[in-house]
Design a binder for this molecule. Structure first.
Ligand SMILES: NC(=O)c1ccc[n+]([C@@H]2O[C@H](COP(=O)([O-])OP(=O)(O)OC[C@H]3O[C@@H](n4cnc5c(N)ncnc54)[C@H](O)[C@@H]3O)[C@@H](O)[C@H]2O)c1
Length: 438
């Protein structure tokens, strides 16, 4: 196989995050600590993962970052927007994910990352009070113009050769898509008419794509998964991906459900409940914002289990997801799952999971990987939806009409085979018959 043309990862790569809260600041601090050499980027496939090339007997398993031409941590520059004017150090202290001694060690660099004024509307995120860094009352067009200027200024100031934007902002309230999202033409008319159905995150996406900047969406709101923005990504030849970082309880779900299904064990009920006390939990305490999350979380099991193919095992599955805001826990989430399964002759069994996780510790490496892989996709000339990155998302974006693959092991195979394919290596089918042929 021949490799496709991929431009080299030379120069600086800027990461822009709308949202400089717990996830974004944990990401910045972790990368800064890793490149200063006093932390390991644990949880990052691009930094720690290996990829097998050729036959098992070839013993050829390079690190992914040595195999594919990814930007290195040293090449990254950070910027972002937030409706609060705290710099990244103050925001990280407030988020309370990393201990002060870890933040202090990279304090100078964190303090230099100050938020640009956010395109923000309390209509879309109602639980944030006393914001002091927003483009108050700007029209949609003025907001886009300001974002485009911010992007250009950041690019010049930080001397970046390329940029990637990753939405790390609060989850926006759930709104059905309307006509304004149905085509780029309708969307652009809606921008001029200040259509109230256009969400702030969609304005960031519009500004990014028209500036040639790939966009990945870490939250469950509709952002790049709307026809108008997909069309824009095609027109501008820029990659997009989404949505909703796959961490915590959904990560566990997509690890366990495929396992139960491979053994043809039935599932009657899956009850998931969480407590968390960070700002994300506070925002999700609003039913409208939780609705966005619920839609994204519920679809996962349905797709993995395929009840239409396995009605005896999964047709009657009762799936419920709850998130409860409980301030004493901060970012230390606790997620309980009760899974009612059944086996041979229908005999019932139960599985209980109690996952004491740290949400942002799980999410930060995903921001890093998405940054590096979206940049790789752009340099490889890829545009539009990057389904091969579904590994990172609760609700992977696909071509219209195509069901998403949620099984994390299939997602990983897809990601690695994409890299092998782009780099001109044979894809691995796991057939393995060559080891037994005479
Ligand atoms: N941590 C995880 O494991 C995880 C998993 C999946 C998805 N997410 C999503 O990632 C996002 C970030 O999570 P977090 O824990 O950092 O939340 P957070 O509340 O700590 O940070 C979000 C930040 O976004 C800012 N913000 C809100 N609206 C904005 C706008 N229009 N423009 C710019 N900034 C805006 C807020 O002021 C806040 O500082 C949330 O949407 C969350 O649901 C997180």
């Amino acid at each position: 196989m021949t490799a496709i043309d991929i431009a080299p990862a030379s120069g600086r790569l800027g990461v822009l995050t709308p949202g400089m809260g717990a996830v974004a600041t944990t990401f910045y601090a972790g990368v800064l600590a890793a490149r200063a050499g006093f932390a390991q980027p644990i949880g990052s496939l691009t930094q720690l993962g290996h990829i097998r090339l050729g036959k098992r007997t070839d013993d050829n398993n390079p690190l992914i970052r040595d195999f594919a031409p990814l930007a290195s941590l040293d090449q990254l520059a950070f910027g972002g927007w937030d409706p609060y004017s705290d710099d990244a150090y103050a925001a990280a202290m407030r988020a309370g994910v990393l201990r002060p001694e870890h933040l202090e060690a990279v304090g100078e660099e964190l303090r230099s990352i100050t938020p640009m004024p956010a395109v923000f509307s309390p209509k879309w995120v109602s639980r944030l009070d006393d914001t002091d860094n927003t483009l108050d009352g700007a029209s949609h067009l003025a907001a886009v113009e300001s974002l485009v200027e911010n992007i250009a200024e950041f690019r010049t100031r930080e001397q970046c050769d390329r940029l990637v934007m990753v939405w790390c902002g609060s989850t926006e309230a759930y709104h059905e898509l309307t006509d304004v999202h149905s085509s780029l033409e309708a969307f652009e008319k809606g921008l001029a008419a200040n259509d109230p159905n256009i969400a702030p995150s969609q304005l960031y996406a519009y500004a990014a794509l028209t500036s040639g900047v790939p966009f990945a969406n870490g939250a469950p709101n509709f952002t790049v998964d709307v026809p108008a923005i997909v069309e824009l990504a095609q027109r501008e030849s820029v990659p997009i991906a989404g949505k909703d970082f796959k961490t915590g309880q959904t990560l566990m779900k997509t690890i366990i459900a495929p396992g139960l299904k491979t053994r043809m064990l039935g599932i009657k009920g899956w009850y998931s409940t969480n407590i968390l006390g960070n700002r994300d939990g506070e925002v999700l305490d609003d039913p409208e914002n939780f609705r966005s999350k619920e839609v994204s979380k519920l679809g996962v099991l349905e797709q993995i289990l395929q009840p239409e193919l396995y009605p005896d095992l999964y047709e009657d599955l009762y799936h419920m997801v709850r998130i409860n805001y409980y301030p004493p826990r901060g970012d230390d989430k606790e997620g309980w799952d009760n899974i009612d399964i059944f086996g041979w002759l229908g005999y019932p069994m139960q599985i209980k999971i109690d996952f004491l996780c740290k949400d942002s510790i799980l999410a930060a490496p995903l921001v890093l990987d998405l940054t590096l892989l979206m940049d790789l996709a752009a340099r490889a000339g890829k545009k539009g939806v990057q389904e091969w990155l579904s590994f990172y998302f609760k609700s992977p974006q696909t071509a219209p009409g195509l069901y998403a693959e949620n099984d994390i092991f299939i997602q990983l195979t897809k990601l690695k085979n994409t890299l092998r394919h782009w780099m001109g290596e044979d894809m691995i089918t796991h057939l393995g018959s060559e080891y037994y042929d005479d």
